[in-house]
Design a protein around this ligand. Structure first.
Ligand code: PHB
Length: 402
């Protein structure tokens, strides 16, 4: 954990943190206070970027990974984005739109950032779409997968460096239909992302001949005891399970799945968030054998990824995650686009985002599609023991479904 992480962990929700890329920290009070005497204007030769990630709630560890990924890119590039010194203003997304929307509004209206990066939760992203569209400010979503953000409610001001829920889940459906002989139970957190992750999987799974044994959504952020749901799975006679959980919920679900005795006879599948990073460390051997789809694994055997994993480990003393990569790539994309937006306006910047071309990422090369979403490869991963720890081994490549 870096010094920044230690400081941020101690902060209460709502605190604003200004990080000048040299590593100096300037802490200001909670929402409503001014960042500087210049009323939020950025220093000459600097570019101010808002980082909106959860610093509290069930997804706080994901937010920490994203801050680390963004900061690593800055540290590797002399603290600059597009030739200007980057001044990063952090704000707490919290657990959803109730906290995330006002935090984003403050970044734009009071702190007057050039762009906002971050957003973990699909419901927050959906709640933010109109605000960014109307304020003509660029929002680079570095996680939240809500399908409509780059679909029915697409805006020229909203771009995504991560994934769409429907795509990362659809990538797995046909593989599971082929592998499992019998019906599959679907279970997920009860909010926008859980619903879309199940729908995306179901579409390709059923199209490939798969049959559903049952479907259940568990209260988001509130479920600690999964026993009643695990009993229902057992009672359904399902031969396998597909699930979406992330963060703290993923730890509880996978551990209890093993403790309940389901893991040996009923293989568990999911989107890769189920076994990612600190979540997998906490699950340990309980996660062995879980198979997931994702656009990243620390185990990707490429020089670009090896170099990234080594640099991340050196900086934070832990392995990176998909969340860190998505934020790192958001910084890379801004680095490429900002020189083409010398006036710093939203219109200039979004036009430049359309021209960034392929991104040489630790996940493999990707680029923005016409929908302003990441076009990328998806990998089939399996949790395996390796060198006294558990990792997401890459066992195949999945075909991307549009
Ligand atoms: C989402 O809400 O879109 C979401 C949250 C956490 C994840 C993946 C997706 O790990």
């Amino acid at each position: 954990m870096g010094v920044l992480s230690v400081v941020l962990r101690a902060l209460r929700p709502g605190t604003t943190v200004v990080v000048v890329a040299t590593g100096a920290l300037v802490l200001t009070g909670c929402a409503g206070s001014s960042l500087s005497q210049s009323g939020g204007e950025q220093a000459a030769g600097a570019v101010k970027i808002g980082l909106l990630v959860p610093l509290s709630g069930v997804y706080a560890p994901l937010g920490e990974d994203m801050r680390n990924g963004f900061q690593l890119y800055l540290d590797q590039h002399g603290g600059k984005l597009g030739g200007s010194t980057a001044e990063v203003v952090s704000a707490d997304e919290g657990e959803g739109p109730q906290t995330g929307v006002p935090a984003a509004q403050k970044l734009v209206t009071q702190d007057q950032v050039t762009a906002v990066v971050g957003v973990v939760n699909s419901a927050t992203a959906l709640g933010l779409r109109d605000f960014f569209h109307e304020s003509k400010k660029p929002l680079l979503i570095a996680n939240a997968g809500a399908n409509d953000i780059t679909g029915a409610r697409k805006s020229e001001y909203v771009w995504r460096t991560s994934f769409a829920n429907g795509k990362v889940s659809a990538a797995l459906g046909a593989a599971v239909a082929k592998e499992v002989k019998g019906d599959v139970y679907l279970i997920a957190a009860d909010y926008a992302a859980g619903k879309e992750m199940v729908a995306g999987f179901r579409k390709t799974f059923e199209a490939a001949g798969g049959k559903v044994a049952g479907e259940k959504y568990t209260p988001f952020g509130k479920t600690q005891d999964f026993q009643p749901f695990l009993s229902a799975i057992r009672g359904s006679g399902a031969k396998a399970v597909y699930s979406f959980y992330a963060g703290a919920e993923a730890v509880s679900f996978v551990k209890q799945y093993r403790q309940f005795g389901l893991a040996d006879g009923t293989p568990l599948y999911g989107t890769g968030f189920l076994t990612e990073g600190g979540v997998l460390d906490a699950q340990g051997e309980a996660a062995a054998g879980v198979k997931t789809s994702l656009h990243y694994s620390t185990e990707l055997d490429t020089p670009r990824n090896k170099e990234f994993v080594a640099a991340y480990r050196k900086a934070y003393n832990e392995a990176p995650t998909v969340y860190a990569v998505q934020a790192y790539d958001s910084a890379a994309v801004l680095d490429k686009a900002l020189p083409k937006a010398p006036g710093g306006t939203g219109d200039e910047l979004v036009k430049a985002l359309g021209g960034v071309g392929p991104v040489d990422s630790p996940r493999g090369q990707w680029s923005f599609g016409a929908d302003q979403d990441a076009e990328q490869k998806y990998y089939l991963r399996e949790v395996r023991s390796s060198g006294g720890t558990v990792v997401n081994a890459v066992v195949g490549e999945l075909s991307a479904v549009q």
